[in-house]
Ligand binder design. Structure first.
Ligand SMILES: *Cc1c(COP(=O)(O)O)cnc(C)c1O
Length: 451
């Protein structure tokens, strides 16, 4: 346990308690009792700061009751497959402190529409965000999945066919299921890569089989299983050729690498705030072109039968408003950093390849993803290395997690020594090298040869 990291939490919490005093006081100021509370509270903060300075005292373990502190990012190197791109920036954490209250973004909502709020500058953020992904219009949504849902619900009728990759995320299937659509899978083949040709072939076979064209194509730039890059540019061309709308799934790209939807030939760009944009969950984006915006972001038409009430200003696919507080503000606060970090993607890929190269020096280690790597998420195969040791170790499959944890590394699926995923995104070179050495050290300990 890192005592200083935990003292920082304790000090932050103590400051939150101080903030609570002002939340109950009269606008005219603190009364005598409250002044006293404030002084006692400040003294408590000072005592914690003193312990922080000295690295002493007892570490706190809980936020509240049974809710444990989460110190994974402070106390470990986290190689979890889905978490690194959603790690908050300090700016996002500050925004969360300031805008954590429920409908906090609605203080100055003049038009009844989230994307038109000027203070904080939500409208400006939307304009910049659309530009950032090379599209015309954007809305924030509660996760990439809600972006898929808005599109399937706007475009599909019951029985309509949607093409997805055979490596597609389950949320794509569910978004199609919810509107009574049918899924047809494009084969990624031996290489586990979707090509434009494979999409074209599938369209032809669907046409032959059903006499209809698919109504929508959803393909991810990088799939969640292998982290392989799929030919989204090729898919964009094929989609245009058949005049079928193409939803580019950027859950593992928007916010970590440069994405331009129009260059790709996408009609929709979906991104995930909590996966790749350093934002609080659930958050994401749905961007589109001016051609499709009137359909997906159409205004409400419903009328109340007795009251005659209408809500033309509200967008049904968004159920009016979406991210009304800390989620959106965290995304906005991280945005300046996000715009910069996508420019450093090449370096991230370089680090990913460095790690995998070192990892592969351990005899029996294999990589299931395409190699060299084009992403930081990788699927590795340790059946012929660490799993051989697991078979005769008393902790079985848990031995590797134990050994990694002992070295301050966490995030792999505990007990998985067979085929599993890891993600090096955002680790500095120092951590990348430490991580590489740690695996070699464990291999050495159990006498696995290192090349
Ligand atoms: C994570 C992921 C999703 C789901 O993203 P949410 O923002 O959690 O809804 C969808 N597709 C792919 C390819 C993913 O990796």
């Amino acid at each position: 346990m890192n005592i200083r990291a935990r003292k920082i939490y304790e000090a932050l919490f103590a400051l939150e308690d101080l903030r609570g005093i002002f939340r109950h006081a009269l606008p005219t100021g603190l009364d005598k009792n409250e002044e006293e509370q404030l002084l006692t509270g400040i003294a408590r903060v000072e005592a914690i700061i003193k312990e922080l300075k000295e690295g002493k005292g007892s570490p706190i373990k809980y936020v509240e009751d049974k809710i444990e502190l989460r110190t994974i990012e402070e106390e470990f190197i986290n190689i979890n497959a889905i978490q690194p791109g959603g790690r908050l920036t300090p700016e996002a954490r500050k925004a969360l402190i300031a805008y954590g209250d429920g409908y906090s973004v609605c203080d100055k909502c003049l038009e009844g529409r989230l994307d038109k709020i000027r203070k904080p500058p939500v409208d400006e953020f939307h304009a910049e965000l659309a530009e950032f992904v090379g599209m015309d219009e954007v809305r924030v949504v509660p996760g990439a999945r809600r972006g898929f849902q808005a599109v399937t619900s706007s475009l599909l009728e019951k029985g309509d066919i949607v093409l997805v990759s055979d490596l597609a995320h389950y949320t794509e299937y569910l978004a199609v299921e919810n509107v009574g659509g049918k899924i047809k899978e494009v084969p990624s083949g031996e290489k586990n890569i979707i090509t434009g040709d494979a999409v074209a072939e599938k369209i032809e076979s669907v046409k032959e089989e059903t006499g209809k064209l698919p109504k929508l194509i959803i393909i991810e730039h990088f799939d969640y299983g292998f982290g392989n890059e799929h030919d989204v540019y090729g898919v964009g061309k094929v989609a245009k050729g058949y005049d079928i709308p193409f939803l580019y799934n950027g859950a593992y790209s928007v916010g970590i690498l440069p994405v331009n939807g129009k260059d790709i030939g996408a009609d929709f760009v979906v991104g995930s705030g909590h996966k790749s944009m350093a934002a609080v969950a659930p958050s994401g984006i749905l961007a589109t072109t001016e051609d499709w915006a009137p359909k997906v972001f159409r205004g409400s038409h419903i009328v109340g039968d007795t009251t005659g009430r209408r809500f033309e200003n509200k967008e049904p696919e968004m159920l009016g408003c979406t991210l009304m507080g800390g989620t959106l503000l965290s995304m906005m606060a991280s945005f300046p950093y996000i715009k910069e970090r996508v420019k450093r993607w090449d370096e991230e890929v370089k680090k990913s390849n460095y790690f995998i190269q070192e990892f592969l020096r351990i005899e029996g280690n294999k990589i299931s993803s395409e190699y060299p790597r084009k992403h930081t998420l990788s699927k590795v195969d340790t059946r012929d290395s660490f799993d051989r040791i697991a078979k005769r170790h008393k902790r079985r499959g848990f031995f590797l997690s134990d050994e990694l944890k002992r070295r301050g590394i966490i995030g792999e699926f505990a007990g998985s020594t067979r085929v599993w995923e890891l993600n090096t995104y955002g680790l500095c070179w120092g951590r990348i090298k430490y991580l590489s050495e740690a695996f070699k050290e464990i291999a050495g300990k159990y006498e696995l040869p290192i090349r």
